[in-house]
Design a protein around this ligand. Structure first.
Ligand code: HEM
Length: 196
């Protein structure tokens, strides 16, 4: 039986401590990086919203929640297995034991939830519901930390480089080649437009 971390005299074994550390680094690093780079890319390509942030009429939390909705850093999460038959309606039944690939990223673009331009990045939209941090008992443990990291990074970067632009001579941003993690593979940025 796997010892429990919670309560009693149970203590994590060395292996559990190492695995937990690995989980925190794995789950907490690449995800947060992609939230930040996706938000930077979105603001540099939608400058009117960056202007609203600089004016103080739009908050970083709006930018962060809209980025989580529009470009969730965890696109898919493999794999879950159905413990029992799950009837999704309209003739679709996931049979007991079948694998399930959760598409967290797709939920933020659900046209039945976001009736108004679900595919557009618009941090001024009033409702930014998403499942970027998952749902239920495995809801992301690091969600408050991730939001804080993004706010510190974005306010620090755009505070220091308010006129930053995508480097005109840089390659167009390509997406990460991953079915799980979602974001730009790299961003080429210069601190200000280069004079013509
Ligand atoms: C924008 C950044 C992040 C995103 C999008 C994200 C996303 C997610 C998602 C979708 C899950 C649910 C996985 C599942 O259903 O099995 C999850 C779980 C988890 N996340 Fe995050 N995460 C982020 C940042 C972080 C950070 C900063 C930490 C910690 C330093 C962290 C630690 C964890 C842990 C430990 C779990 C597992 C929780 C459990 O299974 O009970 N995450 N995350």
């Amino acid at each position: 039986m796997t010892p429990s971390f919670a309560g009693g005299d149970d203590r994590p074994t060395e292996e559990q401590s190492r695995d937990t550390l690995f989980l925190m680094i794995g789950a907490g690093y690449e995800t947060a990086v992609n939230l930040i780079t996706s938000a930077v890319h979105a603001l540099l390509t939608h400058r009117r919203f960056l202007a609203l942030v600089h004016e103080g009429t739009l908050g970083w939390e709006d930018v962060i929640e809209e980025t989580l909705r529009h470009e969730g850093p965890v696109m898919h999460l493999p794999l879950r297995y159905a413990l029992e038959d799950i009837d999704l309606g309209e003739g679709v039944v996931v049979r007991r034991g079948e694998p399930i690939l959760l598409a967290f990223g797709a939920a933020g673009r659900d046209p039945e939830v976001h009736l108004d331009r679900p595919d557009d990045f618009d941090p001024t939209r009033p409702a930014k519901d998403h499942l970027a941090f998952g749902h239920g008992p495995h809801f992301c443990l690091g969600a408050p930390l991730a939001r804080l990291e993004a706010e510190v990074a974005l306010s620090g970067f755009f505070g220091s480089y308010p006129d930053a632009v995508l480097a005109p001579e840089g390659p167009p941003p390509v997406r990460l080649r991953s079915a799980v993690v979602n974001g730009p593979a790299e961003l080429w940025i210069v601190p200000a437009p280069v004079p013509a």
